[in-house]
Design a protein around this ligand. Sequence first.
Ligand code: HSE
Length: 436
Amino acid sequence: MKPINVGLLGIGTVGGGTWTVLSRNAEEITRRAGSPIRITAVADRNTELATQVTGGAARVTADAFELVKDPEIDIIVELIGGYTVARDLVLAAIENGKHVVTANKALLAVHGKEIFAAAQAKGVTVAFEAAVAGGIPIIKALREGLAANRIQWVAGIINGTTNFILSEMRDKGLPFADVLKEAQRLGYAEADPTFDIEGIDAAHKATLMSALAFGIPVQFDKAYVEGITRLEAVDIKYAEQLGYRIKLLGIAKRRETGVELRVHPTLIPSSRLIANVEGAMNAVLVQGDAVGATLYYGKGAGAEPTASAVIADLVDVTRLATAEPGHRVPHLAFQADQLVDLPILPIEEVQTAYYLRMRVEDRAGVLADITRILAEGSISIDAMLQKEPGEGESQTDIILLTHQAIEGQVNAAIANIEALKTVVGKVTKIRLEELN
Ligand code: HSE
């Protein structure tokens, strides 16, 4: 049993968790992997912290480039994050014949094509279970557990920060900005929360899942990305009255003409299990033709949950290292020469249902004008809510839920509705998925 030597790049939250779990469960992990897996070297700018966490049991250096060239290292674990230095390090590790385990969704979503091609050419593995939904083994499920299926769609709550914010907005009826401040105070949201609240982090993860589900290249640049910053508490309230919850969903859906790849706030029926995933938890729903719907739930971030995924990859790579590269599980689930060129559809071609909220003058014929415009666009109404005007008010809110429609036609109808003299201001549009 030759020990497997791991070089760890970055010993922050997840790196520290990886060290702790690998030490605590060493015996059990060895029984599973067939060889002891030990972190023999750590690279971190904060060498003091690295020495403190490892207690002198690993070599510590500030030079990560030195580590990726070290002939004694078998596997590099990249936990630095970001697109630039991390990309150079991962490519250098591959070039030096090392397997790579990474939690870096941004890197793989943006530079995945280049990185997987380099790994394929060199006969090494790039494993990334920790990159999507933290501790939930969703990559394993998509790549192996569901391999018999033609996957139809994947829909996930894959960003804990935004799910925490939406849960708080619903529970306390507070506006987005107030809850964001609270999330930052509690340490859920970063000081710069842009990637989370603008949906970018979720889009990185959805991009990776779309590749695994449909055998297409990773194409983050084609994803439609809309975060939660413009979501108003009033829409969460109206959605609830209509029997829905609003979640930030990452969706990858197969259509005949291509793939829908989108992240946006979405109404989901409150009765669905996934609608009841609250706080910082993650969940992914996968629809396969043979298995039907399967749901995966757990912690999407944090030191030990994410370390759980990192170490599962280390065990996998340890087991697979002796297999011929052609006999290993392919990086993106499908054999590298079997990827298909299904286009990612523009958002105007997406087909889904819609929640539309508009402020109108409360007088005869207003609703008739609105429904006529929708009918002209072949948009069928599924449900409607109209509030009584408040005391002394002449305006009121109308909320419409539509059946499935094409986004471009819905946008055209909204423009016509906004042009009516009896409609005040803009129409709020939120997409709706029944997920059935
Ligand atoms: N920032 C992410 C989240 C965790 O809030 O879920 C890491 O991907």
